[in-house]
Design a binder for this molecule. Structure first.
Ligand code: PGA
Length: 254
């Protein structure tokens, strides 16, 4: 079963309203975002309405979808600083990142919280991009597979059935923002392992699951990475901030 390639940009805490508009204007006709691939930009929530209207103005609606970087699992409540999944949906999010290593590392998010956020996306008609990945000391200690299994365990405890359109991103922490990309062989090895883990839990759905690679993805390495049998797309930070880079990576996916 062919899995569509998904090119996801993670803008993190970058870009103003004006910069977001300029980014869309610089995409041109956007023919790189062909029907054969999916693409999404995960931006700070206030940028989504601006991005949606800029995409519309440039005839790119539907070619690039929009996503948020974090949602809470409750619909509303006294949770200062959090984003309601209802509001995320209302501003046009089709995707929500969950469990990004920066959330885990800088904000103390646990494996359980990452899972709650991911499942909230599906409860509210969005698709999760559920991020997992080992730190350098864990890789060096030969614990990569054990870490990935540990990060996924609360997901399988909470979701006996695979949520439709669920996406996983393998992002080795040592490769994020460091310029040190995993080799294609390292990526393929981790992706193949993750797929067996998901197939064990979710049966055949594991076969159609899109597993993205993230960590210093650039136009120059994206084609080789996406050429791996179990790499179904990329989650791109730094290189997604420039229209030219994002276009080149989308072209490599097509
Ligand atoms: P990077 O970030 O491409 O800048 O390494 C990837 C990510 O954090 O998702």
């Amino acid at each position: 079963m062919a899995r569509k390639k998904l090119v996801a940009g993670n803008w993190k805490m970058f870009k103003s309203l004006r910069e977001a508009e300029a980014f869309v204007a610089a995409l041109g006709a956007g023919k790189e975002f062909s029907a054969g691939i999916e693409s999404v930009i995960c931006a700070q929530a206030p940028l989504l309405p601006v991005l949606a209207s800029a995409l519309k103005a440039h005839g790119l609606t539907g070619r690039i979808q929009l996503g948020v970087q974090n949602i809470h699992w409750e619909e509303k409540g006294a949770f200062t600083g959090e984003l309601s999944p209802l509001l995320a949906k209302e501003i046009g999010a089709a995707f929500a990142l969950a469990g990004h290593s920066e959330r885990r590392q800088f904000f103390g998010e646990t494996d359980e919280i990452a899972v709650q956020r991911a499942l909230a996306a599906h409860k509210h008609g969005m698709r999760a991009i559920f991020c997992v990945g080992e730190r350098l000391n864990e890789r060096d200690a030969g614990q990569t597979f054990a870490v990935l299994e540990r990060q996924c365990a609360p997901l399988f405890a909470a979701a006996k059935q695979p949520p439709a359109g669920f996406v996983v991103a393998y992002e080795p922490v040592w490769a994020i923002g460091t310029g040190r990309t995993a080799t294609a062989a390292q990526a393929q090895e981790a992706h193949a392992f993750l797929r067996t883990v998901f197939k064990k839990a979710w049966g055949n759905a594991g076969e159609s699951l899109q597993i993205l690679y993230g960590g210093s993805v650039k136009p120059e390495n994206s084609k080789e990475l996406m050429g791996c049998a179990d790499v179904d797309g990329v989650l791109v930070g730094g290189a997604s901030l420039e229209a030219a880079g994002f276009l080149a990576i989308a072209a490599a996916a097509g």
